[in-house]
Design a protein. Sequence first.
Length: 151
Amino acid sequence: MIVSLKKLKKVVKILKQQGKKIVFTNGCFDIIHKGHIVLLKKAKKLGDILIVGLNTDSSIKRIKGKDRPVNPQNVRAEILDSIKYVDYVVLFDEDTPYKLISELKPDIVVKGKDYKLKEVVGWGIVPKVVRVDLVEGFSTTGLIKKIKNMK
């Protein structure tokens, strides 16, 4: 379900009262690939509810450059929402998910092992940060380069 932060805060409060373990991850998810799916699957296994914080188009442009994203935020959100491991998708316009994590207070934040533990936004805020192995050979930037080289 694609939701606003305001609505999600209310939902998370109820879910926590029910004893549900809330897991959070975030990213651009510009061109979904196997690495994304593996991360989402592993994240979901760590708890009951998986929330994905999705960078807006404007935040991706600031972070990755004017040629990104390839897919607009509404398309990326719909794709994520269709993945069975994902329970909630929430967009954020900041460069990092610090505000989201601070307000939602998930039990676990999950990122790929390309991040050092202390670099993970949420470290020191949430009870647990889990870094998962990356899938070798899969990255959105790598896919974009491969496609450009096909021309």
